[in-house]
Structures are given as structure tokens and as C-alpha cells.
Design a protein around this ligand. Structure first.
Ligand code: HEC
Ligand SMILES: [Cu+2]
Length: 348
């Protein structure tokens, strides 16, 4: 029995050792990862958080190794042998020195952890915003993200585009975090720490991604039934890609006569009460702006890829992808849905 307990300490020590190795290895990978990763920071705040977590892991890992090591030693060295069990060993009570040691040392350790963490939080939060910074207002909605670029006059949803920020040309992105309903949390672990979007309490977050590509994240605060399908995509573009994206987003919705039937359905059904297509009568703001729907790779906050089939299925019944999503199934005919999808497919 005792031998087995010491074995399990050894086993968990090995487990932790492998965790740290796996983390260190993943950290060597550069650039965006396909799943949210805390092991591959790629922006200043994320690097700072990563460094701090390694420091915390080192301290707690050392404590674990010392305690587990002593425990293992004592269990093996002083295990019951032969007739030992018949006599109770000498009992020792109270030692001021030992008690002081095991009180003062942990308090000191906690103070060190607290101070390093607090210092890092303030260093990130107080970083002065450079003139070259891009400002984006993020509004959390049940269960999607609204992105507004006040300097550029752009409104989009779910897929954030930002420029890459190199040391030669620093162009960090500063997010102002708001919420339209409940508490959400913006978390793209490779770029920055999680920060909540609280109604009536604007928060701020910044990052300066060092590589181009797609960084993924998610809402990290339970905000309702579809919380788990409130995914985040941050595209880090080269300066040219970003300028082209901005130029396209600033255009009004394309008006193609070939899809007038679908546009008519859109503007005579409730769609227009909840969605905006700039340049048309549709000015709703309850749901995502659809002016450039086709510039997005996914729909419904990453719940499905943006294909005509998925759009059809989504409009027929949003609950198929996202049970609890706040867009109603509108009981439209197949013909109306096909016309709608043809129209939406022109919104590049
Ligand atoms: C009551 C308001 C409401 C109405 C009416 C409505 N929608 Fe929506 N729509 C939403 C909301 C909210 C979402 C976001 C759902 C989510 O991701 O959780 C959405 C999402 C979408 C999306 C995905 C957009 C994206 O970028 O993720 C499309 C496309 C869409 N709606 C089309 C339509 C069409 C077409 C109609 C009319 C047939 C319509 N909607 C009617 C509220 C509405
Ligand atoms: Cu949320």
C-alpha cells in the first residue's frame, strides 16, 4: 500500500515533466497555430504572460518536487518493517522553528508571485498607446462579435483584421471592449490575456502580432447557451493586404440587378430589422453587419464555414448549427431561401 503511494508521486512527477517539455517544444513553433495555444505567444502581452507563467510553474514545480521527494523518501525509508507496527513510534509535538519556517517561507513565496504578477499587469495596461496604433471597438453580443473601426468607418463581425506589427514598423491594435448584453471575454491566447467585455464598463486590451496569418480564440466567459460557439478569428495581414481589406470594407454593399429577387426578400422580410447592408434600407444592428459577408470565411461566429449550402441551412433554421442562437427560423420557402443565398453571395 505505502509502496504504491510513493509510485504515484513518481508518476505524477514524470507527468509534469512531460507537460513542461511539451510546452517548451510548442513554444519553439513560430507564428499562428490552428488551435488556441498558450504555449506559442506571438505578441508582447502574450510573451509577458508566458514568461510569468513559466516563472510560476518553475516555483510551484520546485515546491512540488521538494514535497513529493521528501514524501517519497519518508514513505520508503520509514515504512513498516517486521514487528514495527506493534509499537507506536515516539510522538513529537510543537517546534516553533519548524512552524515559523513553514509559515514564513510560503508567505514570502506568495508575496513574490503577487508582486511579479501585479507588476506585469500594470506594465501591460499602462503601455502608452503610440500614434500609429489601430483602434477597434469590440462589442460582445450573444453569441457573436461586432468589430467597429472608428478611424476607418468600418463595421464587421466575428473576423477581425489587423496589420502585422514589426519592431521596424510598430502598429499595435488597441481594442475597446464593450458588451451589448451580458459579460463576455475576449481571448486569443497567442496575442494577449483574456479580458472581459462588461456592460457599462469599457475595458481595454492591446496586442502587436509579430507574424501574419490567422490567430484563433474564443469567448472565455459563460455568456449563455451558445457560449462555446462564440469563436474568434484574428487575421494578421501584411500592410498591403490590410490596406486592400480596408478599401473593400469601406465600399457600400454591391447592388447586382441579377439578384434583385433575393434583395427584395431580404428587404421585405424581418432580415432588414436585424442586419445592415450599407447602401440599402437594411439598417438593423441586432445581428452581424452583412455588407461584406462574403469577405468572411465563417458564419455565425465560427460555427460553420461560409458556403452557399451552409448559408441555406442557416437561414432555414439557425438552430441546426447553433441551438439557442438569437436569429429566428423564418419559415421561408425553398425558392425564397435560394434567392436570398444568391443575393448574399454577391456581398463581397
Ligand atoms: C431577430 C433578428 C434577426 C432576424 C430577423 C434575422 N437575423 Fe440573421 N442573425 C441574427 C443574429 C443575432 C445573428 C448572429 C447569430 C450568432 O452567430 O449567434 C445572425 C446571423 C446571420 C448570418 C450569419 C452572419 C455572420 O457573419 O455570421 C446571416 C447570413 C444571416 N443572419 C442572414 C439572415 C437573413 C437572410 C435573414 C432573413 C431571412 C435574417 N438573418 C434574419 C439576427 C437576425
Ligand atoms: Cu460570449
Amino acid at each position: 500500500m505505502r509502496r504504491r503511494r510513493s509510485l504515484s508521486s513518481v508518476r505524477s512527477a514524470i507527468f509534469w515533466f512531460f507537460c513542461v517539455c511539451a510546452g517548451a517544444q510548442a513554444a519553439l513553433a513560430q507564428g499562428p497555430q490552428t488551435t488556441p495555444s498558450i504555449w506559442a505567444p506571438d505578441s508582447t502581452p502574450a510573451h509577458e504572460i508566458y514568461g510569468l507563467s513559466l516563472f510560476v510553474l518553475l516555483i510551484t514545480g520546485t515546491i512540488f518536487a521538494v514535497v513529493a521527494g521528501l514524501l517519497t523518501y519518508v514513505i520508503i525509508r520509514y515504512r513498516a518493517r517486521g514487528t514495527d507496527a506493534e509499537h507506536e513510534p515516539a510522538q513529537v509535538y510543537g517546534s516553533t522553528q519548524v512552524e515559523l519556517a513553514w509559515t514564513v517561507i510560503p508567505v514570502l513565496i506568495v508575496v513574490v508571485l503577487f508582486l511579479t504578477t501585479a507588476r506585469m499587469i500594470f506594465a501591460i495596461q499602462d503601455a502608452p498607446e503610440p500614434k500609429s496604433a489601430l483602434n477597434v471597438t469590440v462589442v460582445g453580443h450573444q453569441f457573436w462579435w461586432e468589430f467597429r473601426y472608428p478611424q476607418l468607418g468600418i463595421v464587421t463581425a466575428n473576423e477581425l483584421h489587423v496589420p502585422v506589427s514589426s519592431s521596424a514598423l510598430p502598429e499595435p491594435t488597441y481594442l475597446r471592449l464593450l458588451s451589448a448584453d451580458v459579460d463576455h471575454s475576449f481571448w486569443v491566447p497567442q496575442l494577449a490575456g483574456k479580458t472581459d467585455l462588461i456592460p457599462n464598463h469599457p475595458n481595454q486590451l492591446w496586442f502587436d502580432p509579430q507574424h501574419t496569418g490567422l490567430y484563433v480564440g474564443q469567448c472565455a466567459q459563460f455568456c449563455g447557451v451558445e457560449h462555446a460557439l462564440m469563436l474568434l478569428r484574428v487575421y494578421v495581414d501584411t500592410p498591403d493586404q490590410f490596406a486592400a481589406w480596408v478599401k473593400n470594407q469601406q465600399q457600400p454593399g454591391v447592388q447586382d440587378e441579377k439578384v434583385a429577387a433575393g434583395r427584395h426578400v431580404f428587404e421585405t422580410q424581418a432580415c432588414m430589422n436585424c442586419h445592415t447592408v450599407t447602401g440599402t434600407v437594411a439598417k438593423g444592428t441586432f445581428g452581424p453587419d452583412l455588407t461584406h459577408l462574403m469577405s468572411r470565411a465563417t458564419i455565425a461566429s465560427g460555427a460553420a464555414t461560409n458556403t452557399p449550402d451552409n448559408l441555406r441551412a442557416w437561414i432555414r433554421d439557425p438552430n441546426q448549427f447553433k441551438p439557442g442562437a438569437l436569429m429566428p427560423a423564418m419559415q421561408l420557402s425553398d425558392e425564397q431561401i435560394n434567392e436570398l443565398v444568391a443575393y448574399l453571395s454577391t456581398l463581397h
